[in-house]
Design a protein around this ligand. Structure first.
Ligand code: NAD
Length: 490
């Protein structure tokens, strides 16, 4: 600590950033979590230069994979040792319910463990020779990589980038969202305690337009892994194109959830509610467009609306809370604007559509779970990502009609299907233009299974063993076996 503010981690040194002093707050009541000085472009330069030196000098890229893996296992254990403390901190950082943040912390620990195991079991290839030589395909770390993350699930997003990038043998500069820096800073400390060499990990909270932009443009940053909004992702991709730098982009979504008329309606109601309203809809994979087959639509929507009214919205510290506050009053205004837009476009509010009133709700940016019916899929409210607890309910007649509507979106992140007919599930799942399809479930994640995206939802992958390769360069080696000189030169 210096001047009562929280230090940031710049190239192995814990110190204040060079940028403006600011406070991070608990969204539920606006109370201060911590004050810190943000990083600026000079800090980016310091961190990248130190990372480059550390990467070349400390041998983080050189140890045997099983030795690097041991460090990742220690990181997993240190996260587990502090599980409840980190879950409480994550809850204060972005206001998600405590039950949810506990799961995020557990998933972060599992991510480090899995990437350690992936690191020590990853194989390289001897390729079939086509001449008098032996050919090999090998993988090498890239050097300094940047991990830029959003505010909605900080510790999980940061672990999903930091773990494979470190496992691959890189130095990593983490740029958390300005409003949620606390978990990334704790991960920085944990990496140090676990034995990651000094300078290999830096954590630079601050504005995206300053810190994020300087990182993306820095000539020694060899790769950017970004999770955030589509507009930001596109601007990063444009800079990366100039630098010829690879990027992984996990961006926005407007995911369809589909309920066929043969499904178990109680299961589907629960799945649809969880898909859109958990995390207060502040989730890239929120199932925000619901398509119900016409012949059951009225009955299904009636059940859905009635169960929506009974969701428990409240203080995120309360163990029974299902939906906490939104991240900020500004974002609450955005969500309200979309609901107004839906109504202006001819939609009807079937549930919610307002802030809850009284008690704890006066202190934070809460919003009631909201369902809007009566819109067509081409309405703006059905096409744009809201990132809040707002569900558009649409209808379809048959598979062709469903696929035409569900795929009519600039996004292609995820989809959900509810049906008892496994052949139909197979047919439809294969034709949905999305990176993930959940069948008779929703929003389940496994670190073993790649998370990919299509169209404006992004490129590249997080999770799965091959996520390590997102942070590595492939190299081919040819070993000549012929004792005679190459005949061409005579
Ligand atoms: P955002 O794009 O505003 O910010 C994301 C991160 O990028 C932040 O750290 C921000 O400071 C930084 N940033 C902003 N401008 C930048 C710039 N010009 N250069 C470099 N970095 C910059 O997004 P957000 O509001 O924090 O997060 C919400 C968005 O994230 C939603 O669109 C959501 O769908 C998306 N998201 C996607 C996934 C996924 O895996 N596909 C997961 C979570 C969130």
């Amino acid at each position: 600590m210096s001047d009562g503010t929280l230090d940031i981690l710049v190239g192995g040194a814990w110190r204040p950033g060079n940028g403006a002093r600011y406070a991070t707050t608990f969204p539920a009541d606006g109370s201060s979590n911590a004050e810190l000085h943000a990083a600026d472009a000079a800090d980016v330069d310091d961190a990248v230069e130190a990372a480059d030196r550390a990467w070349r000098a400390t041998g983080w890229r050189d140890p045997m994979p099983h030795d690097r893996a041991r460090v990742l296992y220690r990181i997993a254990d240190l996260i587990r040792d502090r599980h409840e403390e980190l879950a409480q901190l994550q809850m204060r950082d972005n206001g998600k319910p405590i039950t949810e943040t506990r799961a995020l912390v557990a998933s972060a620990a599992n991510t480090f463990q899995f990437m350690g195991a992936a690191c020590e079991t990853m194989e390289e290839e001897i390729t079939p020779p086509r001449g008098d030589y032996v050919t090999m395909s090998t993988w090498e770390p890239m050097g300094v990589v940047a991990a830029i993350t959003p505010w909605n699930s900080p510790i999980a997003s940061e672990a999903q980038k930091l773990a494979p990038a470190l496992a691959a043998g890189n130095a990593v500069i983490v740029k958390p969202a300005e409003v949620t820096p606390l978990l990334a800073l704790e991960l920085g400390r944990i990496c140090e305690q676990a034995g990651v060499p000094s300078g290999i990990v830096s954590v630079l909270p601050g504005k995206g337009s300053v810190v994020g932009d300087a990182l993306v443009r820095h000539p020694k940053v060899r790769k950017v892994s970004f999770t955030g909004g589509t507009a930001t992702g596109k601007s990063i991709a444009a800079i990366a194109a100039e630098k010829m730098m690879p990027v992984t982009l996990e961006l926005g979504g407007k995911s369809p959830t589909v309920v066929f008329d043969d499904t178990d309606l109680d299961h589907a109601v629960n799945g649809v509610l969880f898909g859109i309203f958990s995390s207060s809809g502040e989730s890239c994979i929120a199932g925000s467009r619901l398509f119900v087959q016409s012949d059951i639509a009225d009955a299904f929507i009636e059940r859905l609306v009635s169960k929506t009214e009974s969701l428990r919205i409240g203080d995120p510290r309360d163990e029974v809370t299902q939906m906490g506050p939104l991240i900020s009053h500004a974002h609450q205004g955005v969500v309200e604007g979309y609901v107004r837009m839906g109504v202006d476009e001819g939609g009807q509010v079937l549930a919610g559509g307002a802030r809850p009133e009284g008690g704890v709700f006066e202190a934070g940016p809460y919003y009631r779970p909201t369902i809007i019916g009566g819109l067509a899929n081409d309405a703006r409210m059905c096409q744009e990502e809201i990132f809040g607890p707002v569900l558009a309910v649409l209808r379809f007649d048959d598979e062709e009609d469903l696929l035409a509507q569900a795929n009519d979106s600039v996004f292609g992140l995820a989809a959900g299907l509810w049906t008892q007919d496994y052949k139909r599930a197979w047919r439809v799942a294969r034709r949905l233009d999305t990176g993930t399809v959940w069948i008779n479930t929703y929003k389940q994640f496994s670190i073993t299974t790649p998370f990919t995206a299509r169209k404006a939802s992004g490129i590249g992958r997080d999770k799965g063993r091959m996520a390590i390769r997102e942070y590595m360069n492939q190299k081919s080696l040819y070993w000549g076996l012929n004792d005679a000189p190459i005949p061409w030169a005579g």
